[in-house]
Structure formats: structure tokens, C-alpha cells
Design a protein around this ligand. Structure first.
Ligand code: ASP
Ligand code: MG
Length: 406
């Protein structure tokens, strides 16, 4: 039998208490017993990271990012050792390694560090000794030998980085849901679990707020072509495979999502001449504010309006900087509306199939929901609507495309 190398990542809820740690130890040893090389990446137990952040705030709300990383990395060090102890108790050879012991070299952006490379000698040596290797996720070391962390939810990225560096056969991300759904099942009763989804679709859905996988981890998996599986640590059944190309099927749309974290900013009666859009979006870029949908009206009587959306938390800052420059821009007013929601459908199939937009708009029209703004990419269509309609809109749009399991 050909021996496989499998990377398994367990999220915080999967190792939240002693019973769950024992459950995870069983999943790992079952795979080892079956003849696989197993490398495990683990997150901090339950709410540990949040609790550590709260502890730090009590002592110093302005603690340096360096010291925050020293503190937060301890959460993963607890779970990796506990998990190793559970595996020891079952009689299997195991070793736990911190991020730096495991060779994670990152840049120096404390709190949001990027992995530069994984020096895999130590992991490889432990595997050669037939050890199960447990690695602390979310952390690494920079070139000054300081501890860094990768940003919230960063353990997914740790797992993909190890899988890429070791050329693993599979990277399994165990979590408290059993896979990726066509929509958030808490909002959409007809949502169904997907067998497969492409990296690009997953990236779109992840950035629209589907919280199953960390965005950076999917980016990295795409870059290095690491096949991922999202599955439950509580139930023994196949999850959702994330990969470059999935089998052709009838599904035009892979999923639908709602984003309530949106503010629409409108600049009214701007002069209709070259350079205006350039100035507006340079101002926003200088404040590091990301702009999503942009709409410019047709010029009339020498003036035009420009509207765009930003994340709701950036709304105030965007308005402030534009108000400050309103006079020199020559506009009349800056308006901000946060009572809106973005509904999107995502699917690689729409690239080669016309009519997806029409079908989406028809579903919304039948439900008497007004569309305020529209944006499209190759594999995504988004509309802005009234926030009050958002749950209904998500459901009608979802049901228009996704055949229900019934
Ligand atoms: N423990 C870290 C967090 O809660 C990293 C992770 O869970 O992936 O963000
Ligand atoms: Mg966590």
C-alpha cells in the first residue's frame, strides 16, 4: 500500500475540552493506524484566544503587538501539548512542536504576519521516526527570532502551508460544521451541503462572509494547488472538497451569501470632468479604505454623482475624508447609508452561461424587492438592497438557483 501524507487541522471548538481532545486523538490515531503519515495543526481551545485578548486589555489596552503575539501564541501551545498527551495515553508515538520548532518563518507584521517559508527538516525527521506530529497553528518566528501570529483564524493557513511544503496528499480542515453549504443554513432553510467547490468560488464566498475557511488559507491553497477538505470532527462523514476544478455539473451557482457589513457613500453633483474619480479613490486609498461596488451616473448639466460601497466600519472615516475635501472636489454633498445589504450569488458555471443575472433579478422582482446597485465579476453577481429585505432576498435568490434536496 502506498503510504500517504495527510495534514489534519482541528479548530478551537474541536478541542474545546478533555472529551473533545480525546475524540480528536482517536481521529488522528485511526488515520495513523491505517498506515498514513499524519501531521496535525491545532488551534487554541474554545475561546482561549478571546480570553487572552481580554486578559491583556485588563493590564494594558495599548500593549505592543510583539507582546500580544507572545501571549496569544500560548493558546496553541496549550492545545498542542494536551492533544499530544491524549495520543501518548493511547500508546502511539507523538511529538508536539511550536510554530518556530516546526520551521514557520514569517515576516515581521506582528498580529497579521505572512508565512515566508516552512523549513520542514524537523517535521520530516519526526515523521521518519514514525511519530505523529502535532504543530501549533497560527504562529511562527520572524528573522529577529521574535514570535509572530498570523491573524485571527490563521491556523487554517498554517495547515495549508505545511501541506504545500511537505507536498501532502490531502489537507483536512476539521471544524464544527460538516462542510461548505450553498448558503448559511441558519438563514436559508433549503441550503444544502456541497460535495465540491473550486478555490475561486470558495474565495468569493469566504470574502462575502461565509466563515468556514480563512480567506488567506484558500488563497494559499490555490497558489500551491493544495486540495482541501472541510469536514466535521464530531461526525464521521465526508465533507466538502475545495480544489482547482470540480466536475462539470448543472449547477450554475454554487452558493449565495448575504453581507450586512456595507455602507453606501454617495457624492452628489460633482463636476463632470476628468480626474474627479481619480482624486476620490486616491483619498480613500490613502486611508487604506477598501472600495467595493462603484457606480457613476451619466453626466447631466455638467455634473454627475458617484456612489460606492465600503465596509460599514469604514463608513464614518470615508465620509470624514471626503467632507474634508468636498469643496476642492467641487461636489455638493456626501451622503452615507448603512441600511443596506449585499446579496451575492457565486458560481464558476456562470462564466459560460448567459441568463444568470436575469434569473437573479427575476427572483428579486417576483418578491417585490428593489435593487439599488449591481456589480458583477466573472463568477459573481452582487446586488445592493434594503437591509430589511435581506433575509427574504437571500432565500428567494438561493432557491431560484439551488435545487433542494427534497
Ligand atoms: N486561535 C486563533 C484564533 O482564534 C487562531 C485560529 O483559531 O485559527 O484566531
Ligand atoms: Mg480560535
Amino acid at each position: 500500500m502506498l503510504m500517504k501524507l495527510i495534514v489534519k487541522k482541528f479548530g478551537g471548538s474541536s478541542v474545546a475540552n478533555a472529551e473533545r481532545v480525546a475524540n480528536v486523538a482517536r481521529i488522528i490515531t485511526d488515520s495513523y493506524k491505517a498506515g498514513n503519515n499524519v501531521v496535525v495543526v491545532v488551534s487554541a481551545q474554545g475561546d482561549t484566544t478571546d480570553d487572552l485578548i481580554a486578559k491583556a486589555k485588563e493590564i494594558n489596552p495599548h500593549a505592543s503587538k510583539r507582546e500580544m503575539d507572545v501571549l496569544l501564541s500560548s493558546g496553541e501551545q496549550i492545545s498542542m501539548s494536551l492533544l499530544a498527551m491524549a495520543i501518548e495515553k493511547m500508546g502511539y508515538p507523538v511529538v508536539s512542536l511550536t510554530g518556530w520548532q516546526a520551521g514557520f518563518v514569517t515576516d515581521s507584521a506582528h498580529g497579521i504576519a505572512r508565512i515566508r517559508r516552512v523549513e520542514t527538516e524537523r517535521i520530516a525527521a519526526e515523521l521518519a521516526r514514525k511519530n505523529i506530529v502535532i504543530v501549533a497553528g497560527f504562529q511562527g518566528i520572524n528573522r529577529y527570532d521574535d514570535i509572530t501570529t498570523l491573524g485571527r483564524g490563521g491556523s487554517d493557513t498554517s495547515a495549508v502551508a505545511i501541506a504545500a511544503s511537505l507536498k501532502a496528499d490531502l489537507c483536512q480542515i476539521y471544524t464544527d460544521v460538516d462542510g461548505v453549504y450553498t448558503a448559511d443554513p441558519r438563514l436559508v432553510k433549503n441550503a444544502v451541503k456541497l460535495d465540491e467547490i473550486t478555490f475561486d468560488e470558495m474565495l468569493e464566498l469566504a470574502s462575502l462572509g461565509a466563515q468556514v475557511l480563512n480567506n488567506r488559507s484558500v488563497e494559499m491553497a490555490k497558489k500551491y494547488n493544495v486540495e482541501m477538505e472541510v469536514l466535521s470532527s464530531m461526525e464521521d462523514k465526508p465533507g466538502t472538497i475545495v480544489k482547482e476544478v470540480v466536475k462539470m455539473e448543472k449547477m450554475l451557482v454554487r452558493g449565495a451569501a448575504r453581507d450586512n457589513n456595507v455602507a453606501r457613500i454617495s457624492l452628489v453633483a460633482l463636476p463632470d470632468r476628468p480626474g474627479i474619480a481619480f482624486r476620490i479613490f486616491s483619498l480613500l486609498a490613502s486611508k487604506k479604505i477598501n472600495v467595493d461596488i462603484i457606480l457613476q451616473s451619466i453626466g447631466r448639466d455638467g455634473t454627475k454623482d458617484i456612489s460606492f460601497t465600503v465596509a460599514e466600519d469604514n463608513g464614518e472615516e470615508a465620509v470624514a475624508v471626503l467632507r474634508e475635501h468636498l469643496e476642492s472636489l467641487g461636489g455638493k454633498d456626501v451622503l452615507c447609508d448603512t441600511n443596506i445589504s449585499k446579496i451575492s450569488v457565486v458560481g464558476s458555471g456562470m462564466q459560460s452561461n448567459p441568463g444568470v443575472a436575469a434569473k437573479m433579478f427575476e427572483a428579486l422582482s417576483d418578491a417585490n424587492i428593489n435593487i439599488q446597485m449591481i456589480s458583477t465579476s466573472e463568477i459573481k453577481i452582487s446586488v445592493l438592497i434594503d437591509k430589511a429585505d435581506s433575509e427574504r432576498a437571500l432565500n428567494v435568490v438561493h432557491d431560484a438557483f439551488i435545487p433542494t434536496a427534497k
